[in-house]
Design a protein. Sequence first.
Length: 328
Amino acid sequence: MPYLDPLSIGNKKAMSSDFSKIDITNKIKAEAQRLGFSACGIASAEHVESLHQTAYMSWLTNNYHAEMHYMQKNIEKRLNPQLLCEGTQSIISLALNYYPIEKQCTNSYQISWYAYGKDYHLVMKDKLYQLFDYINNTLHPIEGRVFCDTAPVLERFWAWKAGLGWIGKNNQLIIPYQGSCFFLGELFINIELDYDSPQTNRCGHCTKCIDACPTQALQAPFLLDSRKCLSYLTIENRGEIPQEFHSALGNRIYGCDECQKACPWNSKSPTTTIEDFNPSTSLLKSDNNSWNSLTESDYQKLFRKSAVKRAKYKGLMRNIEIAKKNSK
Ligand code: SF4
Ligand code: SF4
């Protein structure tokens, strides 16, 4: 298959006669590439479309968000970018590749790939601010905000709208020829740019992600029940993990990558060029004995500045206890 320059993906709308706007857009994309982003697209900051709005509201009504009560808050802000950041005209969506160069030995307890390296919030925010400053200082004075998983933003919707890829049946944003192992971030800014168009869904008749899910958390295409999802149960969930999911947990102790591993679009994922996302030698060396005897101080050292802090020591040890029983 031909390699598609990720920074030019998305079907461009009709050319505008405003060349300075196009020039600014192109320079933003070139700078995004220089900063290490794998893809960059731009959408007009309109109200979220009713189809996506209805799907989100129905997902909440069915309690598929489990105990993530923050998903129920600020719904109007989630759906209307103007309420989150007044004056926003353009949403620049950016993707950072985390597909690891080196992976843990499959015999040892497994950490989800995205959490191998430094906390993505720190890495992404740093790059988003650099891009924001570049636009403001070099191209055009702007006002706005940057976001990365820290505010009520429908990130995958905006990535799709900005032409980065499509939302797959596993609910991940899939970038053609690159896969779904990406962190997403956004710039909400107050100038008009040249906008990209959404891509059509290319999942076709495939159901590999749904078939591969160990707990049937993917109830149907595009429909995730977080209450059954191992990623939710091992990370966000603060209580006990229900017994019915213990055996499905296998040797996973933080997150789950099964619906991504199964996806054919990830079979040729390029590896990350972001050094910070690579696993540390200590993580790669950790065997089950060291996990089983992990002290709080080991945990603090091993996961300093890591996304694994999200589960807290107590949560990680809860998961390790189950993995330990499963390994017997
Ligand atoms: S992360 Fe794991 S448990 Fe959750 S939907 Fe994907 S495969 Fe299923
Ligand atoms: S596994 Fe198949 S159905 Fe699932 S997201 Fe990938 S292409 Fe789409």
